[in-house]
Design a protein around this ligand. Sequence first.
Ligand SMILES: Nc1ncnc2c1ncn2[C@@H]1O[C@H](COP(=O)(O)OP(=O)(O)OP(=O)(O)O)[C@@H](O)[C@H]1O
Ligand SMILES: [Mg+2]
Length: 397
Amino acid sequence: MGSSRKHSGICPEPDHEQGGCCIHIVECEMNNRGSTGAYLTWEKLGVAVSSSSGSADKNGYKSVLTDATGYAKPGEIVAIMGPSGCGKSTLLDSLAGMYYFKAYMTQEQVLTWTLTVKETVYYSAELQLPKSMPKSEKMERADKTIREMGLQNSMNTRIGGWGIKGLSGGQKRRLSICLELLTHPKLLLLDEPMSGLDSASSYYVMSRIVKLTQQYQMTVVTAIHQPSSQVFGLFNNLCLLSLGKTLYFGPTFAANQFFAVNGFPCPELQSPADHYLMTINTDFDEDTDIGNIPDEVIHVLAEAYKSSEVYMETQREIATLCAKEGELIEGRGGLQASFITQCMVLSARSFKNMYRDLGYYWLRLGIYIALGFALGTLFYEIGFEFDSISVSFMLKC
Ligand SMILES: Nc1ncnc2c1ncn2[C@@H]1O[C@H](COP(=O)(O)OP(=O)(O)OP(=O)(O)O)[C@@H](O)[C@H]1O
Ligand SMILES: [Mg+2]
């Protein structure tokens, strides 16, 4: 790729006591093989939101993410794990927001409920894939991606929504992943891609994402709740968050030793992912059976992590990645189709949506006819003289 090297920094939490934070993404050649990949690093990233609660500081801000540090490399998947409300989506939003990512599957799904699976993916393929690509190839890519997510049997099923049953929750998730995978993006952020999926589907979907990640050297960061042991084993690096603090960032296989060394060994026959989440959950203090006060556990692990060899290794890796020569990925992605194609595809999609949505035209038409009829009856056989109007008016009053 290009030889120019640019840096970009953000400071979502400028008053953070740890100093400036930085998110850095470069796209550069990998291993001199000619293909390129995206290297993403984030350092001392903090996010604060305005709050009126007691936990807010003197300026009225509450910290929801503190001092987050980590990296992601091509062909690898980073899993962000932690209890609900620990800051997973906030971290992904921060990584995504600064660079106008288009390959970002958010926790909330945005799908047009009147369209079928096939239509949704086809329209998306026409909009997202480059205009130089022939239409037949775009459709072929769309079909392949649908099959990869195991949605081939629901191709003609409508997504469905409010009051109308269509796809199941898990199928909608897989469809959302489909839309992001269509372009084989260099950098892909996924927020809870497995929610609503059973353990077997989770494994198949995730193993397909792993296959594509390796095949196209994509860099993937995903937030995930409660992965099974098999799914957990597919991740390269693990980022454990609790109360906005990073308790661990490093290789997935080394997390077990980190917990054991710090007094929380994973019991035999227990899934490591379950053990980590049980240990760092602070939401249900009185119900915990670990025997420690959860807030103390968080403090102990956060401090232990900062003085661990894994942390040093992460710092070294970040320094190496930040020193890479490459082109900054900024403002990439988005619609690749020509202006005319965009207009045509969006008009067709919008027309189909309005035509199928009862509330859009048909319900309104019904209301207007009823309204017209009601108003019309007021003046029915009223006569044409001035007196008949005033008599009718008096009668109605
Ligand atoms: N704009 C905001 N205003 C107020 N609070 C916010 C805002 N954004 C995030 N928070 C708070 O920050 C914390 C982290 O939120 P976030 O959505 O990142 O959690 P999460 O780890 O993704 O949770 P879940 O697993 O339930 O999706 C929560 O306590 C949330 O209430
Ligand atoms: Mg979330």
